[in-house]
Design a protein around this ligand. Sequence first.
Ligand code: SF4
Ligand code: SF4
Length: 69
Amino acid sequence: MTKTPKRPSFSSRNCIACWKCVEACPRKAIRKISILWHRHAIMTGHRCIGCNRCVKTCSRGCFKSRCDD
Ligand code: SF4
Ligand code: SF4
């Protein structure tokens, strides 16, 4: 049986636009939103492989890993 990757959940509420997650993601699944004062990361889920690097990288807890069941 093929398992789909467990993508982390993401909320930009506490994002401080440090862009560390953007640099950490090996799949370029996280992008920058930067329009005037409106600056935060955004996750494009279809590229994500569920490696959880973003979860470990973000000091603001914007990414949460999902359990297997
Ligand atoms: S690491 Fe966290 S705080 Fe920094 S840009 Fe990414 S989501 Fe925002
Ligand atoms: S889990 Fe890995 S591939 Fe998915 S957004 Fe985070 S760093 Fe990128």
